[in-house]
Ligand binder design. Structure first.
Ligand SMILES: [Zn+2]
Length: 265
């Protein structure tokens, strides 16, 4: 794990990249900040988490780090120990953690609850949606640390790396670490309700777009040509044919649309 800081004092804000080793976009954003060392109005802690997995270009070495929190100093796995050290480093910091997907190119935010922090910060980020995943929080970083996660785009793409950079700067501006103003966006909010499992098969297909409502009776995915039909309407989130080993993705409900506050004159 690499830990660095820009600005002096004890940081209450942190940026974390590389929770997953096959998602290099955030690492680029952190390295760029370290190269440029912008003048900050609050100190910021910068972390590249799973360096061992990043070196090997794999999601994890022993187990998924974002299912391993709170971790344990005596854990038998690399990620179990790393989770514990990461929690120690991030204690007391509002944390921004970057990921990328195989399912959706447009950046969106993931939060553990639609609390005051999420409502204040996330509409100032260049994201198209906020997804609340409290039903599936177990083992994730934000079960331990106040965290806003962002999905920056498609894994390994140049666009995801550029998005990671823009998102990080918007976050650091929103929390007052970087000078300047942010733009508020109207933001639809979704809550994950169910896991959409997939049976073992050779070929998987997904017929629907993420965040576009699937109607009851609609066929939304197939495993070896065997179609899965929606019992009731839902919004697909993180759905992809080959993103995860045993699930297509998640079903969500749409909760709300956060609207931008009126602009001050
Ligand atoms: Zn990830």
């Amino acid at each position: 794990m690499k830990v660095a800081q820009i600005g002096s004092g004890t940081p209450e804000v942190a940026v974390v990249a590389g929770i997953h080793g096959d998602e290099p976009c955030g690492v680029r954003a952190v390295e760029r900040l370290l190269d440029e060392r912008p003048t900050v109005e609050r100190p910021v802690k910068l972390i590249v988490a799973n360096e061992k997995a990043l070196e090997r270009q794999v999601r994890f070495v022993d187990e998924d780090l974002n299912r391993a929190f709170p971790g344990d100093p005596d854990a038998k796995t690399h990620e179990g120990q790393l989770a514990h050290r990461l929690v120690e480093e991030l204690e007391g910091c509002l944390t921004f953690s970057m990921h990328s997907t195989q399912s959706h190119a447009e950046p969106f935010a993931i939060v553990n609850g639609v609390n005051e922090t999420a409502e204040e910060i996330v509409p100032q980020l260049p994201v198209t949606a906020m997804v609340e995943t409290s039903n599936f929080a177990e083992g994730r970083l934000f079960s331990e640390i106040d965290t806003v996660e962002v999905e920056c785009g498609m894994q390994g793409s140049e666009t995801a790396a550029q998005n990671a950079d823009r998102l990080t700067r918007a976050f650091l501006t929103a929390v007052g670490a970087l000078p300047g103003d942010t733009m508020y966006n109207d933001l639809p909010v979704y809550r994950l309700t169910d896991v959409i499992r997939k049976q073992e098969a050779d070929t998987y297909e997904v017929f629907v777009d993420n965040f576009a409502e699937v109607e009851a009776g609609e066929s939304f995915a197939a495993a070896d040509g065997d179609e899965q039909v929606a019992d009731e309407s839902f919004y697909p989130v993180l759905m992809s044919s080959n993103g995860y080993r045993d699930v297509f993705g998640y079903a969500a409900e749409k909760l709300d649309v956060l609207t931008a506050p009126p602009a001050a004159d």
